[in-house]
Every structure is written in structure tokens, then in C-alpha cells.
Design a protein around this ligand. Sequence first.
Ligand code: COA
Length: 330
Amino acid sequence: MVDIEQLNPRNEAALRAWWEVGRAATAERPGRPWPVWEQSRVAMTADSPERGVTLLGAIDGREMVGAGLLTRPLRDNLHTAMAFAYVRPDRTREGIGRALVGELEVIAAGDGRTTIQGEAYLPPGGSGGPEAFATALGYDVASREAIKELALSDYLERRDSLAAVAGAAADYRIVTFDTVCPDEHLESFGRLLGMLMSEVPLGELDLSASEWTPERIRAAEQRQVGIGRHVQTAMAMAPDGSVAGVSDVRVDDRDPTHGQVGITLVDPAHRGHRLGLALKVATHDLVAATYPLLVTLDTSNAEVNTWMNAVNEALGYRTIETLLELQKKL
Ligand SMILES: CC(C)(COP(=O)(O)OP(=O)(O)OC[C@H]1O[C@@H](n2cnc3c(N)ncnc32)[C@H](O)[C@@H]1OP(=O)(O)O)[C@@H](O)C(=O)NCCC(=O)NCCS
């Protein structure tokens, strides 16, 4: 008999058991599917102004055999939540995953959330267990994405020829910063962030745009600073001084061998100047110079996002997995 219990992330033994289940359930996946322990320990116990987190454990006697995670956006998209389930590989097909997701949905509904989103990871272009699991639980595929990985050494080999192309964006000035946006650009940066949800291809995902006030940006930045996560950011400044585009790479102090591309966005009014490539070259140069231990980076984007795919391919990214963005309306 397996019990589903809510866990207190500040109970380190419980969090560690939860983390071990997730690690075991993702061990066969390529790339960096699961954070290192120190990263989870710090991130899961820090309060976030942007996101509420609930952890569940599926407990059999004294052993944790399944792990659930619910994240709820707190500043926008209050009708949504994301649910994740991980089951120890020796205990799959016993109904544990279904029980975890069922409980996550109950918690989400209790908080007024009506759209639940999730993710399934498959070999590139393939199908498999996680997709069948999602279908069995009533989730639809809202968007197909590719997860891509870049060996920094591949990037460094291509870098000079890329920089020549990116140089076409000569009317724009590139400004970089670590996590905390310079005061003088904050408002304009917020205006661009506000476009994110409407400009990034989201497929059928039921997400809406939101406002990024200076206060909200500052609070989100401080949370990243607090957990040792560096959002190494490049902004393209238009001749009139406004922020025309942004891209970032995130590197955690506890795992400086690996970086993750966060957002990349160019204002529609400034497209067609190779700013996407110029911004990515800027962030990749920045992290290559800042983190001598860096080996790989990853990113994910919609298969239909041909423009971003072309940029990533030029940088040397290669697809390692297919990501299905899942959605269910309660
Ligand atoms: C996906 C995962 C959570 C499923 O957990 P589980 O405990 O095995 O799932 P359940 O036993 O509750 O399965 C419920 C139903 O999903 C379907 N299903 C689950 N795994 C399946 C598989 N490998 N192949 C085909 N159908 C599958 C079946 O219809 C199953 O019902 P049935 O066994 O009565 O036929 C587990 O395999 C896992 O941890 N995988 C790695 C992490 C992951 O991909 N998580 C999902 C994204 S967050």
C-alpha cells in the first residue's frame, strides 16, 4: 500500500529522498535532466515571489518510491499550474504515477487552478511510456519542442565566423549584465519581457501575457541572487536607447559545468537585423569567459520556431530529446 504525502522541503532527509527518486526516474535521459543535489537543496527551500511549490512523496513503508511536484505561478496565469511525476524505475506500472498526478490535480484545483500543464520527454521524434502515461491521464499535447545541447568546444570552434555575421547588427549596442538589470534600462527591459508570452510560440498552451513592473523584476532578480543562480544577460539597445532584444544563459554556482538558455526575445519592431544571433553570441561569449569549468549548455524551443532553430543550429546546438508540452483542463 503506497501513501501519497505532502513533504516539507525544509525537512532535508525528505527532500533528499524526493530528489533521489527524481534522479533515478530520469537517469536514462540524455543531457542534464536533473539538477545536482546542492542545487535542488538550495532552490527548493528558498521562497520565490514568482512560483509556489508543492512536493509530494509516494511512500511504501519507510521508502519513497514516487515523487510529485506542483508549481503554481503567483504573479500571472493564476488559472494554471504545472504537475510533474517521477516513479522509481523498479516501481512503475503500479499506479503510483497516476496517484501522484491525481493528488497534484486535487491540490491545484483547491487553489483555483483550472488548467494543468506537464511535460513528457522522449527520444528525438519518438514516442514512448511518458506519452502513453500522459494520454492515459487525459492530457493533450499542446506543443512539441526540441531539447538541444551544445558542447562549448563546438561553439568556440564556430565562434569567429558567427561573430562576423552577428556584426551586421551594427546600429545596435549590446549591453550585458549578471542577473541585475542596470537601473537606466529597467523599464524598457520590463516592456520587452511583457511581450514574452505573446511572442514565443506556445502552441495550444493556455498562457497569457503579464506585466513586468520594475518591482517585480527586482524581486525576481533577488531570488536568483539568493540561490546563487546567475542569469547572464545580453540586451540589444536600439539607437533611441530602448531595449530591442534580450537573451540569457543561466549558470548555477553549485554546478558551473553546465548552462541553460533562459529567454530569447527580439521586439517585432526590431527583427531582421540578426539580433537573435548577436545576442546569443554575446551570452555564449560571456559564459565561456566567466565559467572556465563550463562544458555544455542546453535549450529548448518549439519545433515550429524555425527562426530560433536556425540560430541555435548555427551556434552548434544538437537535438537530444523531444519535449511534449502537455495540458489538461480540469
Ligand atoms: C511516466 C511515469 C511517471 C509513469 O509512472 P507509473 O507509476 O509507471 O504510471 P502508472 O502506473 O500510474 O500508469 C498509469 C497509466 O499510464 C499508462 N502508462 C504508464 N507508463 C506506461 C508505459 N511505459 N507504456 C505504456 N503505457 C504507460 C498506462 O495506461 C498506465 O495504466 P495501466 O498500467 O493500468 O495500463 C514514470 O514512468 C516515470 O517516472 N518516468 C520518468 C519521469 C517522467 O517521464 N515523468 C513524466 C513527466 S513529468
